[in-house]
Every structure is written in C-alpha cells, then in structure tokens.
Design a protein around this ligand. Sequence first.
Ligand code: ATP
Ligand code: MG
Length: 409
Amino acid sequence: MFERAALVHYHEIGLKGHNRSRFEDRLRINLKAAVRGLDAAGDVERISARVMIRILGDDPVSREEVLQASSAIPGVSHVSDAVLCSREEQDILQAATLVMREAGEFASFRVDARRSNTDHPTSSLQMNIDIGSHLVSVFQRKVDLSNPEVTCRVEIVEGYAFVYARRLPGPGGLPVGTSGKVVALLSSGIDSPVAAWRVMKRGAVVIGVHFSGYPATSDGSTRTVMEIAQVLDRGLGIGRVYSVPFGDLQRRISLTCPPDLRVLLYRRLMVRVAEAIAAVERAKGIVTGESLGQVASQTLENIAAVDDAATLPVLRPLIGMDKNEITVDARRIGTYELSIRKDPDCCTLFMPRNPQTHATVAEVIAGEAELDLDSMVSEAVASARYRDFKCPSYRKPKVSVGAPWKDEA
Ligand code: ATP
Ligand code: MG
C-alpha cells in the first residue's frame, strides 16, 4: 500500500525574493484552512516549489474531498492526485501501474519524468523509457508523445518520488491575503459575484456589501447574497458580508430628487456607505460588477458620475467582458443558479421610467442637494447586518458596525 498525497502546484512567474516566501507561506496557510476537518487531511508541507498535503487512510472518497477543497484555492494552478513513494525503481514502476489503472480506459499514453534533485542516478530520459516500456507491457497501449490521452508524471524530489496521472485544475492567481482588502458591492445578480471572485483570485480579501430593498421589500435578496457568498467562500476569500436595508433611503431619494437621476443617486449613496464600511474594515478599494455599456447606468458618463462620490479606487474587473463571458464564469464558479432566482433587491424599487444615460457630475451633485447625506450614511451603516465567513486572512475590525445577521427562514 502506497502513501497518497495531494500535490499542489503553483505558477512561479514573477515570484522573487521576499515576495516568493510571502506567497508560499500564505498559500500553505490557506490550503491548511481549506482541508481542516476533512477525514483524509494530513500534514501540509512545503517541498521544492510545491505544497504537499499528505492523505490519511485509503478511502478514495475522503481523498477526493481533499483534492476538491485544495483545488478551489486561489494561487493554485493545479492539484495532482499523487502516489508518494521511495525513489527505488521497483516502487516507481508499481506506483505508475497503480495511477494508470486508476486513470480508467485509455488508448495512448506517455511518461513525463523529472528530477528536481539531480543527485538521482537515472536521467529523466532514461526514466521515461524504463517506465514507458513497463507500462506498455502491463497495459498493451501505445505511446504517443505529442497527443497522449493520459500522461503518467513522475517527479523526483529530495527523499522521495511523486507519481500521478490525474490533475485537477485550480483557479490560478494569487493566494488570498497577499493583495490587501477590498469592499465588493454584491447584488444578487449575475455580475457582481463574478467581479468579487476575480479580485479574490488576485489575492484580495473580500468584504461584501449588499443593499436590500427592506423594509419596502422582503429580505430575500440578503439570504440569496449570503448563499452566493458561501459559494464564493470555497476559495476562502470572503471575510464578512454586510447587508444594508436600503428601501427607506431610496424612498427618501425618490421623493426629493429628479426622477431621471434616481438610479445614479442610489448608486452614489451605495458607494458612500461602502466607503464608510471600508473605513471600519480598513479596506483599500471598492469593487463593482459593471461592464461598459451593458445597461443604461453603465455608460462612461454615468460611471464618472458614480466615481465622483468615491475617494477610494473603484475597481471594475468586468468592464471589458461580454454578458455571455461573465455568465460562463458565473456557472464555473457556481453562483449562476443562485443569481437567476427572482429575489427583488433594492434595484427593482422606485425605478424611474426614463433613467438618465449621460448625466454630468454637476447635475448629480445638484440633484442630491436636498439630502442629508452624512446622516443617511450613518443610518445605513448602523442598520447593517453582517455574517462572517471562513477566510483565514480576515481580521475583524476592533469595533464592528451593525449587528450579526440571523437567517430567519
Ligand atoms: P449585477 O448582475 O451585479 O446585479 P447589473 O448588471 O444588474 O449587475 P447594475 O444594476 O447597474 O448592473 O449594478 C451595477 C453594480 O452596482 C453591480 O454589479 C453591483 O456591484 C452594484 N450593485 C447594484 N445593485 C446593488 C445592490 N442591491 N447591492 C449591492 N451592490 C449593488
Ligand atoms: Mg443587478
């Protein structure tokens, strides 16, 4: 019986000196958190440009849980379902036979052996030949170097060898906790969860802020957003999600402001509330799910009118993406099915018949002249409800605003 391991690979491009060890430490901490509590999860160790998670026991279902959980973590390029064995030839041949048997039916294969330790006596080329001929004799399948159905990989490192034929793709990117913290405006729609995911994948800890139509509508959109956050949190990058009841504030705007500017004024207030929360959380950017020209509110003029209310950088990771590209991402991440539920959020409330598509900054500033913005922001922040998620890099603010959210369903 061989020992098994989930062998975690990451891209090393651009990783130098101090950055490299920061990246690797963070990745190891995040992977440890990802597999914590799983039956098959053993020690998590750094070994020559990889992280190895030792697998306990021999239950394939439990092993699969470790592989799945680790391959969801930003910074991971892929995870191999590996056999861990000695560097003895007999062991390597047996391990290769085992992983190829697990690979199921195949018509062609090749062997790709590497030594990261050149103290190993056999060259890579010779290993390819030896292991390849052994596998031909066992499986009676042909070798195809250019387009094989299965590749049997062997990595010789200090002290042992890894042998594997199956790799699960990871998200790539950077480990969460290496790029600071952002506040993401999370509607329950398709786009904003994808935007949040994209910055999480670039290493940022995400604090979600949702605006519900409550008390003018039910609070169903909050529940959906919390479920969406739970899906995103498979990447362990969500610190906390706030839900802010926005119905009353919108009503006040709709009573005193020009109807065609309402949507922009709602958005400007959302940005101000998000910044107040960012100040509490010490977050350094705002993320939204806008894509250029997708809807009336997403013209350059209107984007400028919203940005004018912000002091932090507003990041729009989807700005150049088409709706169908965003949808493909949402399906892959797993948020799509939740986003197409029909929960009214505040977006459906008090909508004007003809929203302005080319507002100027001067117009929106004049439009909100009657509003006591500071007290509206304080009111919004005080009435927020929040829920914490599992991100291991998240540090809660010393003094929280709002109150914990309770799902009353
Ligand atoms: P989404 O699919 O993310 O809902 P959308 O295509 O519906 O986006 P808009 O309604 O114009 O576009 O919203 C633009 C962005 O503003 C959203 O991507 C989100 O970041 C933010 N936003 C809109 N409504 C809300 C809300 N109720 N709560 C939090 N953020 C919101
Ligand atoms: Mg929306």
